[in-house]
Design a protein around this ligand. Sequence first.
Ligand SMILES: *[C@@H]1O[C@H](CO)[C@@H](O)[C@H](O)[C@H]1NC(C)=O
Ligand SMILES: *[C@@H]1O[C@H](CO)[C@@H](O)[C@H](O)[C@H]1NC(C)=O
Ligand SMILES: *[C@@H]1O[C@H](CO)[C@@H](O)[C@H](O)[C@H]1NC(C)=O
Length: 219
Amino acid sequence: MATAIEVSAWFFASSLLLVSASAVDSKNNPADELVAVLNSNRTAHKSSALFDNPGLGCLALEYIKAYQGQCGEVESKKPPESLFADTFAPTCGVQAPTLSQITGRLLGCQGKYMPSSQAFSDMLIHDSKSLEILYDKNHTQVGAAVSGTDGGAPYFWCILFSNGKPNSTFLFEGGVAKTVRPGCFSGNDDDCSSAYRFQHGLWGLVAGILMILFYSFGL
Ligand SMILES: *[C@@H]1O[C@H](CO)[C@@H](O)[C@H](O)[C@H]1NC(C)=O
Ligand SMILES: *[C@@H]1O[C@H](CO)[C@@H](O)[C@H](O)[C@H]1NC(C)=O
Ligand SMILES: *[C@@H]1O[C@H](CO)[C@@H](O)[C@H](O)[C@H]1NC(C)=O
């Protein structure tokens, strides 16, 4: 017995799904977006644009994972430097001898997901110290990562800077970037929307089903 109200609930639910899928489709990789926002901000400030190094981007994602989802530790704790060589580089397939100095980091975490441009201006750049890091003349390259813990909240945003030579530092073994999930990192030209699309799509689906139940049973 398909009543008019059930049919309209179906249309409503399917349009919700479409909206949630297309909103995510326009953002292929939030980590690449973060670097784009950062570089346009630097160039508007007459600083140089930084090379987007995928090896460094992957290390930024591992850097996030070192926090094990502990949002509250972002300000107070720093993973030990030794983890770069001991853990992050091997996981990413980055050749240890090509590791170079990290000249700055910007890190943020919160329970709600937000677009990269907003994460940049509302969270990562929040005081004079973070502005100093952003415009530091010693940086030559950058790597960014965006990740949820197990694909969900809390969400982390991380930008690592380095003064190494772009073409000879943070190199992948065999020259090929490893795909490390969950999360997205910059510089690899990869489409990282699928993890998010799944997640948002799933919530859209759950919301849609709840909506249908709501209407069908008049709850
Ligand atoms: C760069 O971003 C910061 C933080 O959002 C903002 O305060 C500043 O005005 C921006 N600078 C330029 C040149 O857009
Ligand atoms: C740039 O690097 C030099 C040498 O490592 C250091 O002395 C200087 O403080 C750095 N500059 C900034 C702005 O961090
Ligand atoms: C890196 O190497 C590529 C190809 O060899 C070259 O086109 C590019 O200009 C180099 N970039 C830098 C920053 O040296």
